[in-house]
Structure formats: C-alpha cells, structure tokens
Write a protein that binds this ligand. Structure first.
Ligand code: 0WD
Length: 266
C-alpha cells in the first residue's frame, strides 16, 4: 500500500466467498481492510466456519455471518443480522461459484438439467439474490462487484458450464447496474486471471492454464488474489464513482492477446 493512503476509511464492506486463506475473497478482504474498511465476512457452512473466524480475527474482528446464497431463508437471516449488528453497507463483494466437477470437463452437451440449474443458481442468480436481500441496506453511492472469468465470453476448454454461468453473471451485473444507478450504486465485475484455489482446481487442466498465462500475457506473469484485492479497493472507493456496468480485467492483460507470441513454447 502507498504509505498513508487509505481509500476506504469510514466505509463498511461485505465480502462473500471466503472459504480459506487461498480464496480470492480472502485477498480482497485483506486489501479492503488495509485501506480502512470495516468488514463483514459471510461463510457458507460449518465446514469453513473456523477458518473464516480465524481470518476475521486478523481483520480487526470482522463480523462473521453465515450465508448460503442458494437458500432464501439464509439470505434473509444474514440481512437481519447485518442490519442489527453491522449497519449500512458501502461495498459488496460477490466471490461465489459452484458447478459439479463433471460439468467442468468433457463436453458441454453432456451437461445435465440439474447440473445447469445448480451452477446458474449458485454462480449467477446469487448476485441478484444478494443484491435483492441487501438493497435497503446499501448506502447510496455503494459499490457492488462480482468475480468473473474470461471463459464467460471466450471459449476456454473445460471451463464449460462455468463459462455459461459467468456469462449470465456478467449480464446480471449490467442489468443490476441499471436498476441501482439512480441511487448512484455501481455494479461491476472483476475478471480475474487464473489463481490456484479450491474452486479453480476443479476445472479440468487448470494447472496447464496457469503455465500458459506467464508465457503469453503482456505482463508475463500470473495474477494473485492481492492483485484482485487492489482492483477491488479502487472499485469500492470514491475514485470509481463513474464506473458501472463494466467488466474490469485483472489478468496481466491476457484477454487482449489475439495470437500466442511467436516464441511461445508448450
Ligand atoms: O482462477 C480463479 N480462482 C478464478 C476465480 C478466476 C476468475 C474468477 N474466479 C471466481 C470464481 O468463479 C468465484 O466466483 O472468483 C470467485 C471466488 O473463487 P475462488 O476464490 O477461486 O474459490 P474458493 O476459494 O473455492 O471460493 C468460492 C466459494 C466457495 O468455496 P468452496 O471452496 O467452499 O466451494 O464460493 C462459496 C464457497 O465459500 N460458495 C458459496 N457461498 C455461499 N453460498 C456457495 C453458496 N451456496 N457455494 C459456494
């Protein structure tokens, strides 16, 4: 961080999707905290609760709230708990996705109806559900952001059903941006480059993707959860008050390459 420059002093941010210390949400939460934001973290279930509570301690005792985005009662309970113990919200980070492992390899035409519904419910509709549940608690001028990936708009072999879910998520971002824009509330997506996490390891051939990026991307490196966190600070801050309905790439420039470099070696 640049010495003394805190961009989120006095702001309150809700970060979803912290599962463990490798989660992108963890890197984001750390950066928001470094910049002075007061944090609430949601966790999905008992399985990850201890880990999230440990992290919350390192973040000035961030509020920890259970929330399963596929369950309306859970969303409502989270909303009520935040209203009572946390207050109004200036930034929301959606860092949640799920698809069955068999839908992250093989052929898209083998995707089952139930697998499709599950992936789109948890990974795309959840942004609508989250914003809907929290809309009265969002301050005017608040910032909502969702994590997405290049596979939403380009073919990334094996990303398959999650690419379809991310396309829907990015569309949700745009329509929500319109719906909330009259309150100055911004809704954006951050399209992160590949980062090794519990979720990404489920994608077939993921380690191969991690090898290719540093050979191809303009910055010649992979990105980290901290890189994503820095962009999240900007989007949560008053430096980005005219930015909405956008997909902001934090991928070392990979998405702009039209051809692999001539010296690219597999
Ligand atoms: O390369 C990557 N890792 C990229 C990830 C590149 C670009 C985008 N992303 C996205 C993911 O698609 C996701 O939207 O970033 C977001 C965060 O993913 P992550 O940090 O890579 O993965 P992980 O640490 O597994 O966090 C995703 C979390 C779940 O973790 P686990 O490991 O327990 O499945 O999403 C949460 C859960 O904490 N989650 C839910 N939260 C609430 N309700 C639910 C649910 N129903 N399902 C999953």
């Amino acid at each position: 961080m640049y010495a003394g420059m805190k961009l989120l002093e006095g702001k309150r941010a809700l970060v979803t999707g912290v599962a463990n210390r490798w989660s992108i949400a963890t890197g984001v939460a750390r950066k928001l905290h470094e910049h002075g934001a007061r944090l609430a973290l949601t966790y999905q279930g008992e399985r990850v609760r201890d880990e999230v509570e440990k992290l919350a301690k390192e973040l000035d005792d961030a509020r920890v709230v259970e929330c399963d985005v596929s369950n309306d009662a859970s969303l409502e309970a989270m909303r009520n708990e935040l209203a009572e113990h946390f207050g109004t919200i200036d930034a929301v980070v959606h860092s949640i996705a799920f698809a069955n492992k068999e839908d992250l390899a093989g052929k898209v035409f083998d995707t089952s109806r139930s697998g499709f519904s599950l992936a789109l419910d948890v990974s795309s509709y959840s942004l609508i559900a989250l914003v809907g549940a929290l809309r009265e608690q969002l301050n005017d001028g608040a910032s909502v952001m969702a994590l997405t990936y290049l596979g939403a708009t380009q073919i990334v072999p094996n990303y398959n059903l999650m690419g379809i879910a991310k396309a829907a998520l990015e569309s949700c971002v745009r329509y929500l941006a319109y719906d909330l824009g009259d309150r100055g509330i911004r809704v954006n997506a951050i399209s992160a480059g590949p980062i090794k996490t519990a979720s990404s390891r489920q994608v077939g051939g993921f380690s191969r993707i991690l090898e290719v990026v540093p050979k191809v991307a303009p910055l010649r490196r992979n990105v980290t959860a901290e890189d994503v966190g820095n962009a999240a600070v900007y989007l949560a801050s008053d430096l980005s008050t005219a930015i909405t309905a956008d997909v902001h790439f934090v991928d070392a420039g990979y998405h702009m390459m039209g051809l692999y470099p001539p010296d690219f070696a597999t």
